[in-house]
Design a protein around this ligand. Structure first.
Ligand SMILES: Cc1cc2nc3c(=O)[nH]c(=O)nc-3n(C[C@H](O)[C@H](O)[C@H](O)COP(=O)(O)OP(=O)(O)OC[C@H]3O[C@@H](n4cnc5c(N)ncnc54)[C@H](O)[C@@H]3O)c2cc1C
Length: 433
């Protein structure tokens, strides 16, 4: 009997799971369900718009969508349009790949002032995510920015803010974001890290890019680098990454420049201070000597300190991710979890591949046992969604969105111009004027 599997979440971990499933179970029927009308998760809405090479992985996922046993069911939010229990009753197995999308909070006074925004929302805004079309995080009177965090997301945010319109011309940045950023006159972007330079999670290529910006000069206070080396106790690849980072940081000029992108270490945010409800200053404590505090100007604060999962309602959470044993969801038999929903917000796109392929082995082993009853599978989902009046975006409808975006991009010499609102996406998906 052909088995039916629903993969919830069409990001990298969902697609890598589909990849494993089509190989291991060529007779299966696989639905990949996403709340958005567009597939690819954070590859489309997280990866920076000027890093098109990284987004090329979408082509690999696109080939999976073309397989006859795979269907894309977009515009269906599990927990809103269909309950996880409904899906468990319809499919032989569920793979939950819903990622982590809720911005973690700093938990300090002043966090709710205007001008303080989480990176999930900010990155979604500049990447044209329809949930953030109305965010409007920038004001022309903003001159100083504090980006809180010491990883690649912080680097992305700082770089996108620092780049000129010319430097972004080949990107797929959302037009509203490109216009708002071009309207700013920023003089300082600080990247604020709680720990020291040897502990930063930046990768070499991303850090190196900071020295090639047209309008901003990367700087770091040389004292924080004095005598710092990558710890001998680290495994060799990690030691090499840190050593390269330190070398790059040492190469950044400490000179005063009109527009600087400043790497700050050992700074723990303790409060945000505002005027008229808008953030104006960031108060920091020295992580090593917390009694030493200072304030610095910050008209915009973007927090890049990680994300929490937002799993379909009703699933047990444990230490920031869905509770599971070897990928089997603890409180829902027949359900499995992969990717960021399983591990929390760590790991790059390829990390999810190994994780998803290992999970598929577990699913396939479990499915080897004869089923207790025959499940309705994809036909059952279609009937249920149509009875509820949910208008899905299938692969053909998604291709209409993609065609419209690519055509708009071609006219401007850019990879694509994204349709950035729910309404525009819906119109393009269904061929409406
Ligand atoms: C800002 C940012 C930049 C990044 N840049 C890079 C980079 O340059 N290179 C790199 O290798 N990695 C990068 N990463 C990491 C990479 O994006 C992640 O490793 C990867 O996307 C995690 O995959 P995932 O499938 O678990 O989650 P996601 O990619 O988040 O996919 C989850 C999917 O589930 C859907 N979903 C959520 N809830 C529901 C629901 N209830 N019902 C239906 N669907 C739902 C979402 O719409 C989404 O499509 C970046 C991450 C971020 C945040």
């Amino acid at each position: 009997m052909s088995r039916s599997i629903a993969v919830i979440g069409a990001g990298p971990s969902g697609f890598y799971a589909v990849d494993g499933l089509v190989r291991a179970l060529p007779d299966a029927r696989i639905d990949i369900i996403d709340r958005l009308p567009c597939p690819y998760g954070l590859v489309r809405y997280g990866v920076a718009p000027d890093h098109q090479g990284t987004k090329a992985v979408q082509r690999q996922f696109e080939r999976l969508l073309a397989k006859p046993i795979v269907r894309f069911i977009g515009n269906v939010e599990v927990g809103r349009d269909v309950a996880i229990a409904d899906l468990a009753a319809l499919y032989d197995a569920l793979i939950i790949a819903t990622g982590c999308s809720r911005d973690r909070r700093l938990g300090i006074p002043g966090e709710d002032l205007a001008g303080v925004v989480g990176s999930g929302a900010f990155v979604g805004w500049y990447n044209g995510h329809p949930d953030f079309a109305e965010l409007d995080p920038l004001r022309p009177d903003m001159h100083t920015v504090a980006v809180i965090g010491a990883g690649n997301v912080a680097i992305d945010v700082a770089r996108v803010l620092a780049k000129t319109a010319d430097e972004m011309v080949k990107s797929d940045i959302a037009p509203h974001a490109a216009a708002a950023i071009a309207g700013l006159d920023l003089t300082e972007i600080s990247l604020v890290a709680r720990r020291g330079p040897a502990d930063a999670n930046f990768t070499g290529n991303e850090l190196a890019e900071m020295s090639r910006l047209a309008a901003f000069q990367a700087t770091v206070q040389s004292e924080v680098l004095d005598g710092v080396t990558a710890p001998d106790s680290d495994p060799a690849p990690e030691r090499m990454r840190k050593a390269k980072n330190l070398e790059l940081l040492r190469s950044f000029a400490a000179a005063d420049t009109p527009r600087r992108l400043r790497f700050q270490f050992w700074g723990m945010p303790v409060a945000l201070h505002g005027v008229d409800g808008k953030v104006r200053e960031l108060e920091l404590a020295d992580t090593r000597h917390p009694e030493r505090r200072w304030r610095q100007p910050a008209d915009l604060v973007v927090t890049c300190i990680g994300y929490d999962p937002s799993p379909p309602v009703g699933l047990l959470l444990e230490r920031g991710h869905i509770a599971h044993d070897d990928g089997r969801v603890r409180d829902l038999p027949g359900a499995y979890v992969v990717g960021w929903a399983k591990r929390g917000p760590t790991g790059v796109i390829p990390t999810n591949r190994a994780d998803s392929l290992a999970l598929v082995k577990v699913v396939v082993d479990d499915l080897a046992a004869p089923p207790a009853s025959e499940k309705a599978g994809p036909g059952g989902l279609d009937a249920l969604l149509s009875a509820r009046g949910v208008r899905i975006v299938d692969s053909a409808a998604w291709r209409r969105i993609e065609t419209a975006e690519n055509a708009a991009g071609q006219a401007e010499g850019r990879p694509r111009v994204k349709l950035g609102t729910w309404r525009l996406l819906e119109q393009a998906a269904h061929g409406e004027p």
